[in-house]
Design a protein around this ligand. Sequence first.
Ligand SMILES: Cc1cc2nc3c(=O)[nH]c(=O)nc-3n(C[C@H](O)[C@H](O)[C@H](O)COP(=O)(O)OP(=O)(O)OC[C@H]3O[C@@H](n4cnc5c(N)ncnc54)[C@H](O)[C@@H]3O)c2cc1C
Length: 342
Amino acid sequence: MATAVDTAVVGAGLIGLATAHALCRDGQGRVALFDRGLPGSGDSGRSFSMVRRHYSNPVTARLAMAGTRTIVDWSDEVGAGDSGYVRCGYLLAVPERLVEACRGNIEMLRGLGLDTRFLGPDEIAEAEPLLALDGIAGAAYEPDGGFADAQKMCTGWFAVASSRGLEAHLGTSVLITVIRNPVQLAKTLASLDQLSNGRLIVGVGVGGAHVPEAVFGVASVIYVVCPPTVAAIHRFSHLTRLLQREEMTNLPIQVILNRFTSNRFGDISVAQFEKSIGRDVRHKIPNDYALISASQNQGKAAVLMEPKSKFSVALSDMLRSDLGTESARGVPKRRSFLGIGY
Ligand SMILES: Cc1cc2nc3c(=O)[nH]c(=O)nc-3n(C[C@H](O)[C@H](O)[C@H](O)COP(=O)(O)OP(=O)(O)OC[C@H]3O[C@@H](n4cnc5c(N)ncnc54)[C@H](O)[C@@H]3O)c2cc1C
């Protein structure tokens, strides 16, 4: 079955539902939501939903401050259900050696407008008499911190988005196809379509730099994230082709090697990579967290690269001939991704 929507959101957790809710609220066309389970059946349903804004990264802190406003003002912002917010305060206790860092964070957070302060041991005992103070030299305290109920939030967002036209496909798994062998994939899809009596949904979407650009500003750096698996080799060949495309040639490149890799992309060394793309690689950052903070702190886009390639063309052709879908047409203008649900 071919399907066409303006946005397909995969995952009915806090992130997917907040996104789907916002798109439906703002009238951003047809929105479909896919989840292999039910709303909140992933991490969101397991979260103990602590509400805090004490982060050392200012961007994360600002995001947490904005998110907390939604949690606290739930009825005004969402209008159905409730977030389960309980204002009991949040305390982050530290030993002597972290006092200075803790005070520094507090200063930074106060500069962002957060109501937070440093408490010495006596004041901690006053705020929470049951806390043992062994080894504790002080604490960051947020009076508005507390906890919420992430499952309730998921249900509320889902209900409101559904009332505004969200097309929910629950019990529907989505495959990322770009690293799969096109022949195998086409066979699997044809079989699935038969076995599920036509429940297979083939959706092809445009992805690429415009999404992070809208969030972070102009994409000024290409981040290459390298997993340690055989998929890295496939990714490498996609990347090489992408980086040779004209519009990308002026962008600097940062190669992010995750914590499992040292200086290789699968079987290919970074030196070979540099040679094949004909440019220097700027930085090598050692873990995934560094990717996120590099992207956030520098306000630069982390670009996910799933370029049009021989692979996606071959796959599109096979989907067209085997399944009679037209959904793969017209994608190549931008970097594209393929998402397949069943
Ligand atoms: C035990 C625990 C405690 C936590 N405590 C806190 C806390 O106190 N405070 C806090 O802020 N955060 C906490 N977190 C973190 C927080 O819960 C997560 O950051 C948040 O729920 C992530 O939301 P999400 O929407 O990104 O992911 P998820 O809620 O995991 O949603 C992802 C959804 O995608 C679906 N999905 C995945 N793959 C596919 C596929 N291939 N096809 C279709 N659907 C798919 C899953 O079924 C799932 O519903 C906690 C997490 C855990 C596990």
